[in-house]
Design a protein around this ligand. Structure first.
Ligand code: ADE
Length: 239
């Protein structure tokens, strides 16, 4: 059986969206992975199929009802043993290690929130894992779900083909990737760093390592601190 994405959403037509194209799209056609959407509205209540209501305690916006969400989760996970993930800015930060764990399993069930969010009780009752893709607020969880799926699908066996060796470039060593250059060797007066044209493999590797470390230190002090903690030091610099 192929890797399964079981998606609970008010907007099923948003899937597979961009994941129907390119590498992920080919893998979908080839049956490497599959996607099922579950329309929350189908579990809505009353003539208007209501899925939300006003927050107890007052405040802006609407909250997704626990009974409706629970019924949708039941439909989306029936007979399946998948991790259940809710995409929310309140979640733990989604990291490559989480992606590796999801990709290594049978698939993932994704709950996409709209409005202000989901009633807390159904998240507790269903032991939902909560993840955020970054410290910004999207209009709904669907685009975050697409991000999570893209990151998982490219790790599935066969999806990257001959590029498989490059699957884990950034983050595998805790550093940002080194900068890339291709032809022409000079463009608009800008030359490619000469070491890359030198043919000295060891010097190229050393230069790339240095560039990766410099970029990480300047742009991502959080990653740099974790890297520096794990890496032997000489004069405060990695050796
Ligand atoms: N839903 C809304 N914003 C989100 C975010 N930053 N990450 C995950 N899900 C979200």
């Amino acid at each position: 059986m192929s890797w399964l994405a079981s998606v609970i959403t008010l907007f099923p037509e948003m899937f597979p969206g961009p994941l129907g194209q390119s590498l992920a799209g080919r893998a979908l056609e080839d049956g490497v992975w599959s996607i099922r959407t579950h329309d929350l509205r189908a579990h809505g209540l009353g003539r208007h199929r209501a899925v939300d209501d006003t927050p107890f305690g007052g405040g802006a916006g609407m909250v997704m009802r626990p009974d409706v969400v629970d019924a949708a989760i039941g439909a989306a996970t029936e007979g399946l043993d998948l991790p259940l993930v809710y995409l929310t800015p309140r979640g733990r930060r989604l990291e490559q290690a989480d992606i590796r764990r999801f990709a290594a399993g049978p698939g993932v069930a994704l709950l996409c929130g709209r409005y202000e969010g989901v009633d807390e009780r159904v998240l507790e009752a269903r032991a939902v894992e909560q993840y955020s893709i970054g410290d910004f607020v999207l209009s709904g969880g669907e685009t975050a779900a697409l991000v999570l799926l893209d990151a998982c699908v490219r790790l599935l066996p066969g999806v990257m083909g001959s590029e498989q060796s490059g699957v884990e470039e950034s983050f595998s060593d805790g550093l940002l990737e080194y900068p890339l250059y291709t032809r022409p060797a000079e463009w608009q007066g800008r030359a490619v760093p000469p070491v890359l044209l030198s043919g000295h493999h060891a010097q190229v590797e050393a230069w790339r390592k240095q560039q990766a470390e410099d970029a990480t230190r300047v742009r991502r002090p959080d990653l740099w601190a974790a890297y520096a903690d794990r890496t032997p030091q000489r004069n405060g610099l990695p050796v």
